[in-house]
Design a binder for this molecule. Sequence first.
Ligand code: VGL
Ligand code: ZN
Length: 229
Amino acid sequence: MISGNHFKPNDAMIIVDVQVDFCPGGALVVEQGDRIVSVINDWLQAAQQAGVPVFASRDWHPREHISFVSEGGKWPPHCIQDTPGAAFHPDLKLPASTIVITKGVRFDHDQNSAFDETGLATYLKRKGIQRVLVAGLALDVCVLATAMDAHHAGFDVVLLADATRAVVVQDGIEAISKLRRAGVAVIGAARAEQAAPAAGQETCLKAPEWAEHQRFSDEDMGCDDGRAG
Ligand code: VGL
Ligand code: ZN
């Protein structure tokens, strides 16, 4: 269970691209992408109870977007504006107050990060937000870019490791390493209390369930608890 005391007063949640096309059966499948939905719903419920604002980004490409293989990009066509694949996952329970961030609409470059030319950092600062909790798809692409940009914009950042999955699992593990090295707190749902660790307390994380069959180094996860590596 996730309770309101996992939040601090100036928190916001950023749910990245939990869309049909990134889930099994979609156009750009993230393996187990759908499994994060119930985990995120628990966080969303707790966020609502705590009065924590929720932001949800969506990839929202024009047809023939430059990120598509046909245009010299690296991805199959996905999340095309107003198609069923671009919809949020049907089981995702976004609060009515959710602010949607639409990205990937530009003709000149892709926007992996929810902060890329969206004005989001400006808005969050205006609202006094100091820390963002980030979850969603895909860890190695848009979640990584969003969490990194949030960090560079001066926010404290928490990645919810059980509420994300990668296109390429190994790249997801590298994304976690990179984020940790940058100073992002990485927490698992089972250790949700670490969303608000005591000052100076070392974050120690088990390998998330999705990566348990992979080899984790101590550096990836912060400590060796016997499950990792
Ligand atoms: C994403 C690949 C292409 C993502 C978006 O949301 O992570 N990945 N476009
Ligand atoms: Zn895209």
